[in-house]
Design a protein. Sequence first.
Length: 275
Amino acid sequence: MRDYGITLTSTTLFLARVVKITRLDDVVLRIAEADETITASAQTFTPLPGCSISAVKHIINGDVGSMEINFAHSDGGTLDTFELNTGYWDGATVQMFLVDRASATTLGDPMFTGLIDTVMIDPIGSAGSFDVRGLAVQAEAFIQKFQPMCRTDLFSPLCQLNPNDWDHAGTVGTIIDRFNFTVAGLSSPPVDGWFNQGTFRTASGFKGVTANWIQSSLKMTTYQPVCVSRLTAGEAITIYAGCDKVGTTCRGKFNNRLNFQGEDHFLGVNSIVGL
């Protein structure tokens, strides 16, 4: 019989859910769905801004129990945007406990144990969620899709390129409109399209994504209308090369063909069946 560590002699219970998430690299995050920290069994669970924990969905018809954790992410935050993008939280173990905030001293048995199956984040805003599935998902086969384009991001652990080897320092020149600005101070401006699909970071900490780069006019176009509101003429800017995730670009531009995470010579299902 399970023991949840809750004493039922009180007239009123102040129940709260606490979650322990253990990544594959043994980093542990402890979250309390409460207004203040909760300590039990020498473990401290801390409220996470923007976090909410769903009720556990139990299924008896062959499906797997599940729950969802919604959160806010940011660069360098407790849930770091870069780490979420590069798979640090994929497959992490999740344990959810129920405690009485008024008398929490020890953790009982977990009410739910599962694995993070899907990580979803909003690249424009700061919202995200973990889809947590019961341990039965360990029996499922995780199969990568075969596709001609690379499945990882530039400068990710699988890519293995160092972003510091591919950065260009300059200053924001003229802000043309909400989507366009010029760059000054580049020692050797690269060719057209060199920064396309890449990122840039200003001295104030703003990060953006480059849609188009024109060498002759030193004009950069962004995907979002942020130039007027987030950029300041004269401030320092660091711009990183971009990648279109095609095999020829990986080989010719970055000399990184050995780490290409796609099958660019795979012709599709029709070629297999002889159509």
